[in-house]
Ligand binder design. Structure first.
Ligand SMILES: C[C@H](O)[C@H](O)[C@H]1CNC2=NC(N)=NC(=O)C2=N1
Length: 77
């Protein structure tokens, strides 16, 4: 599934087998975000993880940094 761009955010929701799988994914995303110094706004409800990416330093709009992070997140799946 593709990322949706709306209201100055890149959005996507991932669904996993259970919470443990979802949290393992979040752990891997966290390490990548740190490495890229670009961090997601995200929510986790049981087996789902929803992302809304924007660049705070650019006034909370979508930039290339968000697209790169989205690409890196997709590669984890
Ligand atoms: C100093 C500033 O917090 C850093 O440059 C990073 C940290 N992570 C970040 N994450 C996101 N999404 N946007 C930013 O502008 C951003 N800035």
């Amino acid at each position: 599934m593709a990322w949706k761009e709306e209201s100055n955010r890149l959005k996507k929701t991932f669904t996993f087998k259970d919470f443990s799988e979802a949290f393992a994914f979040m752990t891997r995303v966290a390490l990548i975000a740190e490495k890229m110094n670009h961090h997601p706004t995200w929510t986790n409800t049981w087996n789902t993880v929803s992302f809304e990416l924007s660049t705070h330093d650019a006034g909370d709009v979508v930039t290339e940094r968000d697209r790169k992070l989205a690409e890196a997140i997709d590669k984890l799946r």
